[in-house]
Design a protein around this ligand. Sequence first.
Ligand SMILES: [Zn+2]
Length: 498
Amino acid sequence: MQPLLIYNTLSRQKELFKPLHEGRVGMYVCGPTVYGDAHLGHARPAITFDLLFRYLQHIGYKVRYVRNITDVGHLEHDADEGEDKIAKKARLEQLEPMEVAQYYTNRFHEAIGALNCLPPSIEPHATGHIIEQQQLVQQILDNGYAYESNGSVYFNVEKYNKDYKYGILSGRDLENIKDASRELAGVGEKKNQADFALWKAAQPEHIMRWPSPWSDGFPGWHCECTAMGRKYLGEHFDIHGGGMDLIFPHHECEIAQAVASQGSQMVHYWMHNNMITIDGKKMGKSYNNFITLPQFFDGSHPLLTQAYTPMTIRFFILQAHYRSTVDFGNEALQAAEKGFSRLMDGYKAVLRLQEGQKVKGQPQVEMKYVDELREKLYDAMNDDLNSPIVISNLFDACRVINSVIDKKASITAEVAKALADVFHTFAFDILGLTPETGNSNKAREEAFGHVVDMILEQRQQAKNEKNWALSDKIRDELAAFGFEVKDTKDGFSWTLNK
Ligand SMILES: [Zn+2]
């Protein structure tokens, strides 16, 4: 079996995975900014790193998986300076900022949980780690790589670039970054346009603020991941992940902050999932194709021709390698829906064969087939988490299972059990799929409702025929299940008291 290789964005190649501490893996993944519903852009990293988390545990590592909640100070670019997004939304809706953050954190957990992503080991909040972030800022100031300006603190990129190299992760050159920023309006408080905020002084109207040696203000966005990663995983840890859109500036700035504060890089392997497009277009509010996960699940967005279950979304994302782009469209999702149910049918079929099946004159499915299948599946996972190859091998297994069901092959109980076991391990434990009926709760509830209506129509019929014994029996039995039936002028009505 080939050993586990993962693609390191920093070296731009697949590397042998070797944890810093034997048997243990520390992994940090950038979590959501909680001022809106989770969308596909959140689903992909959540599923990608859930796959990694599951697989590392499956092959025997003890994993500490840290994923943060950004509930303050997300300064994406200069236009946003002075007021962070959560505070903006709070003012708009007249809510406490923490109320907004909590609401969307709960919604995020619900949506990501529906995608069957395991919860991380630690989920630290940026607002709960202001002191750690201030300590980081102070260290960088003490080491001479930051400066104060009007109560704010900025990272001195030029100074850092002289001693170390800025841009090693993204492959960008400081000169190019400066050139690109020259068109922007005045440098203002910064010495250089490429400098980024470590601490921002709050404007009087700013409601999320904390006291600091420099001003009442809030930390710059890049600080939280460096401070919390170090707090929970140590000065050196194995894996840092996120979407490719975070490589620059976020992760580039994280590297600079780590080196400027402790003199060395913190992260061994940088992993990034590629982005998602919708019908070939980048996802964004301006394209009107910004589909949230709840909208996918109930089909309420105008671009969707139907609702898609969380498992369809998960299966669809896993059908592509995490470093490839994925294009969402109704046709592709419908194909994924069919593919997923074909896979689940294959598993149900192999469970029916657990006693074995002998068909005269037909070839036997050998144990060797199962052993080779298992090896191919591990090889695919070990090759930088190649989930599409895992899925195509599971489809191969479905074909073999179906040939037995169609009585074109024989299988012993032992081989059938081994095959079901491999299937279960890879489809459920590692890919994290779960069998589902394909119906949303709402659809199920509607179906149950129709059944109750149908029974009550039978009762109405009994009443019309003056069969009081039967009509009372139906009413009493429904009552025992919690249904309260009322006779009305036009017939009946019912409620479920549960
Ligand atoms: Zn981050």
